[in-house]
Design a protein. Structure first.
Length: 204
């Protein structure tokens, strides 16, 4: 093995943690292969992955249900929005991600849930699940539509899906996750989101 290939192998199987200590990745005792976890697994194991959700009954046709997400301040306070799921009972669901709305007020705060139930870490993100939002000149970052469909008996099916793409959100910024009821009747609307928080940028 040449010096360059040996160095490449060393770089592959070793890493430096947040405190500056060097470690080698564990090896499988049978195959000798390097054991590693996905980014999502790592954030879960480290207690950096959080979830929030909300539900609104009797949402009118073309009515909206909003969840407000406020990111923490600080140059190294990274919020990795991993997944947003939207659901409408009875028809099409239109899911939007909006940045910096004109106003977003609420009396209902939701405490984010750490998905590692052994971790005592708390989220720096603020969540409001019953918000009154004026979109105004907000930047629409993403949108996705999920069709509901109709059965042979004429029953409406729910509009649901895995949600919008992943994003690294700006710091000290207000975001709105909006689910629009695009069905033919008043319906129950729900939103669920998961994200990871990193104090020193994206970690592996």
């Amino acid at each position: 093995m040449t010096k360059s290939s040996l160095k490449s192998f060393y770089d592959l199987v070793h890493y430096t943690d947040e405190d500056g200590y060097e470690h080698f990745l564990p090896l499988d005792y049978v195959s000798g292969g390097v054991l590693s976890a996905s980014h999502q697994e790592n954030t879960l194991f480290k207690g950096q992955k959080f979830a929030a959700w909300g539900i609104q009954a009797s949402t009118a046709i073309d009515g909206a249900y909003d969840i407000v997400l406020r990111t923490p301040a600080g140059a190294t306070a990274y919020t990795h929005l991993m997944k947003i799921e939207g659901w409408v009972d009875g028809g099409q669901c239109r899911l939007q991600l909006l940045e910096t709305p004109t106003t977003a007020t609420s009396d209902t705060a939701f405490t984010p849930v750490n998905q590692n139930r052994l971790s005592t870490d708390t989220s720096g993100v603020e969540i409001e699940t019953s918000a009154t939002v004026t979109v105004g000149a907000a930047v629409q970052v993403d949108e996705k539509v999920f069709g509901g469909g109709t059965s042979k008996k004429g029953d409406l099916g729910a509009g649901a899906g895995p949600g919008v793409a992943q994003y690294i959100l700006d710091t000290s910024t207000t975001y709105v996750i909006r689910a629009l009821n695009k069905s033919a009747d008043s319906s129950t609307v729900s939103i669920r989101l998961t994200w990871a928080e990193h104090s020193r940028g994206i970690e592996t």
